[in-house]
Design a protein. Structure first.
Length: 207
């Protein structure tokens, strides 16, 4: 899965330590671009497209990602603050070490890729779709996944204290880090094998 998240394609532009403020990049194609330690403030990336783009240690403040599409791109150790990801899609992208604060994250669709070590603590993720994504050791404390689809997700080592997983489709996901005494799981859809994992997590002996 990690290999799928690697950015692909030729780098067509490389920028370091730049600052962009109040820019209109509506519908722009940023494929192949590379940004290192750049700051984006109130930039409009609505319906923008990236393929094989790299954003490393960048800061996004009040950036609009509405209906943007990202494929095989990387947002490494980036900070998203008060951004809007309404109807954004990430396919086979890598967001390792990135953090989201006060950011609109629904509806959001993530398919494939690596979101390990990301921080989505307290995020409103109701109804989002996360399919076949690596989220190892992600901070999902108090995140609200009510009615979401989290299928085939690697949640090993993730922080899920007081996470809301009610009505969530969790089939195929690694639930070894889920503590049923802390997370809310009413109505969640799981397999028989996952039920055994959760039972063992609260000390039950399954025979």
């Amino acid at each position: 899965m990690a290999d799928e998240a690697e950015p692909v394609g030729e780098v067509v532009e490389q920028v370091e330590d730049a600052e962009y403020r109040d820019e209109d990049w509506y519908g722009d194609d940023l494929s192949g671009r590379s940004y290192l330690r750049c700051r984006f403030t109130e930039v409009d990336l609505t319906e923008a497209v990236t393929h094989g783009a790299v954003f490393d240690e960048c800061v996004f403040a009040q950036v609009r990602f509405n209906a943007s599409r990202h494929t095989g791109s990387a947002f490494l150790r980036c900070t998203f603050s008060r951004c809007n990801l309404f109807e954004a899609e990430f396919t086979d992208c890598k967001l390792v070490g990135s953090s989201f604060t006060a950011t609109t994250t629904r509806p959001l669709r993530v398919v494939g890729g690596d979101w390990s070590f990301t921080s989505l603590a307290g995020a409103d993720l109701r109804g989002v779709t996360v399919d076949r994504v690596r989220m190892r050791e992600a901070d999902l404390t108090k995140a609200n996944f009510d009615g979401a689809t989290l299928t085939g997700v690697d949640l090993s080592g993730a922080q899920l204290r007081q996470a809301v997983l009610t009505g969530c489709d969790l089939r195929g996901s690694d639930l070894t880090a889920v503590d049923p005494r802390s997370a809310e799981l009413a109505g969640a859809i799981i397999s028989a094998e996952q039920a055994i994992v959760l039972a063992q997590a609260i000390g039950l002996e399954v025979r």
